[in-house]
Ligand binder design. Structure first.
Ligand code: ATP
Ligand code: MG
Length: 575
């Protein structure tokens, strides 16, 4: 392809609305253009990259025995009513009505559609196992679309669904997918970590996420997930699922008697600890949440933080947020109190579910709110001054330097971009939608399902997050839009142009994906663009051509060598 013809417009500056480097570089290098919030045009260079990622995914999915199909992008609400998700899937689901007033949605994912396909198409255990996948645009009306392709509203996903006769079969299908995923990301030039993750409220389910780790100490770290990992064994998990063994801390408050004392203006744990001159580890913190519209009081040791997904899962919820001040007021009024946040405690509260983190049960002579402003109960003990809640669970966020549950070594934390996930669904959809097959014993049984997603467009953007420098993108070879760019330094120099054209034509003839920068631009502009666009190899034909030498640049490490045109061609062909 000739640069003079290639549809690409590189920009001098980064776009003003971009926060993370992949977004900045993909816009500036002419790969994507925003159409509207969270919706992007994939311009020709980007489309080449996406097709490469797709093809790697396709090859590995096919090799793993999965079969590709394509389901409709628009889905009828009836299927979602059947699965029960029409009412619980939040505002991310883009709902619309057709001309007859029938409710539809833009597909954010396809469990319902695929289950309906299996329900009609699979009658007998003899047809199982089967794994069906598609590569398609998805739409989710994300609350905070940002980071360019990393969190768009419209994005490309590969979604696969496996159907098995039993749990054992599912385990096998899951393993096969995990292996295919490792191959896929490795081939895309991306190192990933497979981490345990939250699988929602469905008890007993298992899921893993494939994370691209982005450790850079940058304000605009694109890693939206915290990944905890063990420094010794293989344990690693998303913060929404991670568990740990806590280090020993002081949990006895040493207050000799239980009494309510004045603690003016101590709204936070820090203020309270400072006022009483005690460690925060002898304070029982109380926080009010709203889970699916219901109030929940969560108790946790003062030095620890509530992990909202874990808390939500205790109540099999779909939606969680911290209560607003007016809601706290309402709860207080209903129980005959008027305390504000900071002075709340479980004693005497009505119409509220209470859950305590495991960290509170060993507290002794501790400090806790008593629903009176500017006061706390000190020297409290469970069972004597306050009832220990019946519901005790692990609802805390793991912290760095907690101990690994598997081996006891220290845990560390890093940021990660989730590029894919695999999920044991079990019978969640098949039961709800009455999708069954006849098993060997003649009985009708629901399919045992798994689902497996990869963000195609997010994977490409994650590759840019991992592979770039101050000059631009450094595409991994396997997903680069072109392999090599030939740059004649001066389009006025006949010899340079002639040699450049020769190299270009020889590479073309050998089926190499090659660009030639035949534009009448200054050398600086052409060389800068080549770096910005991130083509893995550059062959520059300049003045040294009189000695039969060209410059061969490897973008990955920015190394340059002077070699002959024939050597340059041979080098490319050998790569
Ligand atoms: P996230 O937690 O990042 O929102 P998810 O758990 O909703 O992801 P899935 O529904 O399982 O993800 O989708 C499968 C894959 O699709 C994800 O692993 C991710 O790579 C990609 N993906 C999900 N949401 C988006 C988005 N808004 N923009 C781009 N890619 C996305
Ligand atoms: Mg999501």
């Amino acid at each position: 392809m000739r640069m003079s013809k290639l549809f690409v417009q590189t920009l001098r500056e980064f776009p003003a609305d971009a926060e993370v480097i992949s977004h900045k570089l993909l816009v500036r290098a002419g790969y994507i253009r925003k159409l509207t919030n969270g919706v992007y045009n994939f311009l020709p260079l980007m489309w080449r990259v996406l097709k490469k990622v797709e093809n790697i995914v396709r090859e590995e999915m096919d090799a793993a025995g999965a079969q590709e199909l394509l389901m409709p992008f628009v889905q009828p609400s009836e299927l979602w009513q059947e699965s029960g998700r029409w009412d619980v899937y939040g505002k991310e689901l883009m709902r619309l009505k057709d001309r007859h007033g029938r409710e539809m949605c833009l597909g954010p994912t396809h469990e319902e559609v695929i289950t309906s396909i299996a329900r009609e198409g699979i009658r007998s255990y003899k047809q199982l196992p089967v794994n069906l996948y598609q590569i398609q645009s998805k739409f989710r009306d994300e609350i905070r679309p940002r980071f360019g392709l990393l969190r768009g509203r419209e994005f490309i996903m590969k979604d696969a669904y496996s159907f098995d006769v039993d749990e054992e079969g599912l385990d096998k299908s899951y393993e096969i997918m995990a292996k295919a995923y490792r191959n896929i990301f490795e081939r895309c030039g991306l190192e990933t970590k497979m981490v345990q993750s939250d699988s929602g409220a469905i008890g007993g389910s298992v899921s893993h996420e494939f994370m691209v780790l982005v450790n850079e100490e940058s304000e605009n770290n694109a890693g939206e997930n915290d990944v905890f990992y063990c420094t010794k064994c293989g344990y690693s998990a998303n913060s929404n699922h991670a568990v740990s063994i806590l280090n020993e801390v002081e949990t006895d408050g040493k207050f000799s008697k239980a009494e309510i004392i004045d603690t003016p203006n101590t709204h936070s744990i820090e203020e309270l600890a400072a006022f009483l001159n005690i460690p925060s580890t002898v304070i029982c913190k109380a926080l009010i949440y709203v889970i699916d519209g219901k109030y929940v009081l969560a108790l946790i040791r003062g030095d620890r933080t509530v992990e909202e997904t874990k808390l939500m899962n205790v109540f099999a919820g779909n939606d969680i947020r911290i209560a607003r001040n007016d809601e706290i007021e309402e709860i207080m009024n209903a129980s005959g109190f008027n305390a504000v946040a900071g002075f709340i405690g479980p004693k005497g509260l009505k119409n509220i579910e209470i859950v305590a983190d495991e960290t509170v049960k060993d507290l002794k002579n501790f400090v806790i709110g008593c629903n009176q402003n500017d006061k706390h109960l000190v020297g409290a003990n469970w069972g004597i001054d306050v009832e220990l809640p019946q519901r005790i669970a692990d609802i805390r966020l793991v912290e760095e330097n907690d101990k690994c549950v598997d081996c006891g070594a220290q845990l560390k934390v890093t940021k990660g971009i989730e590029v894919g996930n695999i999920f044991k669904l079990g019978t969640k959809y098949s039961k709800a939608m009455n999708a069954t097959f006849t098993d060997r014993d003649g009985k009708e049984k629901p399919f045992i399902m798994g689902c497996y997603g990869i963000g195609i467009s997010r994977t490409a953007a994650a590759a840019v997050e991992r592979h770039h420098d101050e000059y631009g993108i450094k595409w991994p070879l396997a997903i680069a839009p072109y392999m090599v760019i030939v740059v004649p330094v001066s389009d006025q120099d006949e010899t340079q142009m002639k040699v450049a054209e020769e190299i270009y034509n020889k590479l073309l003839a050998a089926n190499v994906e090659v660009l030639i920068d035949d534009r009448s631009e200054r050398a600086g502009v052409k060389l800068k663009d080549a770096d910005l666009i991130g083509i893995p190899y550059r062959i520059t034909v300049g003045k040294t051509i009189k000695d039969n030498l060209v410059e061969f640049k490897t973008r990955a490490n920015n190394s340059v060598e002077a070699i002959t045109p024939d050597e340059a061609i041979a080098r490319i062909l050998s790569l």
